[in-house]
Write a protein that binds this ligand. Structure first.
Ligand code: SF4
Length: 371
């Protein structure tokens, strides 16, 4: 029998007890929220938590500082809003999709409709509820924007007929679009079959890609072609506006403004939002502290929870980052603020490392006068 450590990845029903109260993570497949769903989340954060909606690097949303009765009430509200369609599988619905897919004319293939098919396939198989809560599926529309998300099962469009399936970021095989959803679900089942106990990700399995592909009857033919692409704040096409949410923390006024102006909301893995809009809402959004232009100092800046949410934190990094970031020189790299050396939530690749020391901060290892 396979023995595993308990999976401590939080969900809505398995809330993490943080220093400031319960923390619930709401899975949002494809990052897609309707205006009504955003409003349900906003009200829940206000009435049951600390009022903020935290965006995660997997396009999910966290509500924190929940009171003792908060989780039950939250789960009922989310169920009614269609945000908790499966009790058993809620933590395994980690599915990213290129956030601009189908919106800006740059997609080789619009992958968004496949999100529902993968989600339904996952939830229909009872055994897949055993997947680790950090196991990640990603659907890239061909532009290469999801190369850096470290997905366990990544599909990237080649053209309108075929996609490239990559496991653990490495070797993979070509798959026709008609088979993609079934293959992704079968891959997850094969991961469970191959898992010996403590592996949480495909990359942790020895020769995992080949063993999993063997099980599902595919053969690795090539490596994932290199691709890098970031999506900046601003207009992409005529109806998609990318909005940076400073530090990935969406306040009440900001969420209400978005619900007023957008027809649809997509959460990106860079803790920003893609809004489908009919008229230009930039002025309204900038007034409440959101960023709609690519030259803002807030683009690419992230922070861990820090105080008061994390007992290990040496500082209230978010409050300090809010105060200091606009005054810091631009480095041309993402910047991450951490309350301790664990550096939770740091970006992949190179970044400016702002670290709390208890009596100030270092930047890239050099003590500074920042306080
Ligand atoms: S980096 Fe440290 S302070 Fe920040 S959330 Fe992680 S453990 Fe807490």
């Amino acid at each position: 029998m396979v023995r595993t450590e308990a999976d401590r990845c939080p969900g809505v029903l398995a809330v993490h007890e943080a220093a400031d109260g319960g923390l619930a993570r709401v899975r949002v497949p494809g990052g897609v929220l309707s205006v009504e769903q955003l409003d349900v989340l906003r009200r829940a954060a206000s009435e049951l938590g600390d009022g903020q909606l935290e965006l995660t690097s997997r396009g999910n949303v966290q509500v924190r500082a929940l009171t003792a009765d908060g989780p039950r009430e939250l789960s009922e509200r989310l169920y009614d809003a269609g945000l908790l369609p499966s009790i058993t599988h809620e933590r395994v619905r980690n599915i990213l999709a290129s956030p601009l897919s189908g919106l800006d004319g740059q997609s080789r293939y619009d992958v968004l409709p496949l999100v529902s098919a993968v989600d339904a396939g996952l939830c229909a198989r009872p055994r897949l509820a055993e997947l680790p809560g950090r196991f990640l599926f990603a659907l890239d529309d061909g532009r290469g924007d999801l190369s850096g998300v470290q997905a366990d099962v990544l599909v990237r469009a080649i053209d309108e007929c075929e996609a490239f399936l990559s496991l653990g970021g490495g070797l993979g095989a070509r798959v026709s679009w008609a088979d993609v959803a079934d293959v992704m679900v079968a891959t997850a089942a094969a991961f469970l079959d191959e898992r010996q106990g403590q592996e949480w990700r495909v990359a942790e399995l020895e020769d995992g890609e080949n063993r999993i592909l063997d099980r599902i009857g595919l053969r690795a033919t090539e490596d994932l072609p290199a691709a890098t692409m970031t999506i900046e704040a601003g207009w992409h096409g005529e109806s998609a506006l990318v909005v940076t949410v400073p530090l990935g923390s969406l306040g009440q006024e900001q969420a209400a403004a978005i619900a007023d102006v957008a027809d649809e909301i997509r959460i990106t893995p860079w803790r920003s939002l893609v809004l489908r809009v009919e008229t230009d809402p930039s002025e309204r959004l900038e007034r409440v502290g959101l960023v709609t232009k690519p030259d803002s100092p807030w683009n690419g800046v992230t922070a861990c929870a820090g105080q008061p949410g994390c007992a290990k934190a040496l500082a209230d990094v978010r409050a300090d980052a809010r105060r200091v970031t606009p005054r810091l020189p631009q480095h041309g790299r993402p910047m991450h603020w951490s309350g301790c050396e664990r550096r939770c939530g740091k970006p992949s690749g190179e970044f400016v490392d702002v670290l709390a020391l208890g009596n100030g901060y270092s930047i890239d290892g050099e003590r500074t006068g920042l306080r």
